[in-house]
Design a protein around this ligand. Structure first.
Ligand code: DON
Length: 313
């Protein structure tokens, strides 16, 4: 196997030289302040090593990557009943689109578009206060990464809350169809806080490793979810993790991944490794521009793909 210790620093220097960096998200004002020249990458392997390069120790806002963790928690709480409230199909629309919700009677296409993630958060609120659910999500992520320093960035949460009219519209709309069981304000408040969790690439790669390892984190030895559930979450990441660019991402990169508007991407190489990359500039679909290119180059160098079985032998 080619050596990650050699590949990652080379990736960092080749990407640092590029002038096409995408644009940082501005609709959440706090994210607009992030330095677009940052770039970090970390790979956690099933064999137990974590290799990192660039700004891999710097915290960033995980945003929609948190939807992977809330989905795992919600499935643990509701089981397959969750699928009566949210679909499992790619949307072909932007992450914050409202148009499909009317045709499909308030049932979002998948748990990763904003509407779907709001339903997932709503399901976690059953029997709990928002602050309890935020605490539960945070404890889960800390447990996965084996790192109690992970926390919510209150400034980012407040910033998103102050400009969240669109997500509020999605929440109210679903509430009108009876697909939100709690007040839109409570669901949104919980959602913006889990999106505002800060992590660095090392923590994120470690936290995602259970998905590469059949539901068990080999770094910590913790059993997290069943192998079947891990496989299904990976399937959803592959088909829906990059919104309307999921097909292109599967074509170019070919591993289950989830992006966030903070510029992070979590990629899963089943049976092999978990990869976290961060570059704040986004492409027109709202996914990290250089992060996608970095993953494209990494999987080629390592011969990683869910569509090339020999890579996992
Ligand atoms: O709801 C939002 O718009 C953000 N909190 C998360 C969106 C996001 O990360 C989309 N991903 N690329």
């Amino acid at each position: 196997m080619p050596h990650l210790q050699e590949i990652l620093p080379k990736l960092v220097s080749s990407l640092a030289a590029r002038s096409d960096r995408g644009s940082v998200a501005t609709y959440i004002p706090e994210l607009a302040k992030v330095d677009p020249t940052k770039f970090g990458i970390a790979v956690a392997t099933l064999a137990g090593s974590v290799v990192a390069a660039g700004n891999a120790d710097e915290l960033f806002s995980i945003q929609s990557i948190s939807k992977v963790f809330t989905l795992a928690l919600a499935l643990g709480k509701c089981g397959d009943m969750l699928w009566t409230r949210v679909g499992r199909e790619p949307s072909g629309n932007r992450f914050n689109s409202i148009v499909q919700l009317e045709y499909e009677k308030g049932v979002p296409r998948n748990p990763f578009v904003n509407a779907g993630a709001l339903v997932v958060t709503d399901s976690l609120l059953a029997g709990h206060e928002p602050r309890e659910v935020i605490g539960e999500i945070l404890r889960f992520v800390r447990f996965l990464a084996d790192d109690d320093t992970i926390s919510v960035n209150r400034a980012v949460a407040a910033s998103e809350q102050s400009t969240a009219s669109r997500n509020m519209a999605l929440a109210h709309y679903m509430h009108s169809f009876g697909n939100l069981q709690h007040a839109p304000q409570r669901v949104l408040g919980t959602y913006v806080h889990h999106c505002a969790i800060d992590m660095n690439c090392r923590q994120l790669a470690a936290a995602g490793l259970f998905l590469a390892a059949g539901g068990r984190n080999p770094l910590t030895g913790h059993s997290v979810i069943s192998p079947l559930r891990a496989r299904r979450i990976n399937a959803l990441m592959l088909t829906c993790g990059h919104y309307d660019a999921s097909g292109d991402f599967a074509f170019r990169v070919g591993i289950p991944s989830k992006s966030g508007v903070g510029g992070g991407i979590l990629g899963i190489v089943p049976g092999v490794a978990s990869v976290a990359v961060w570059s704040p500039g986004l492409d027109s679909s709202g996914n990290s521009h250089l992060g996608t290119i970095a993953l494209e180059e990494l999987v080629q160098a390592m011969d990683w793909s869910v569509f090339a079985p020999r890579a996992h032998a």
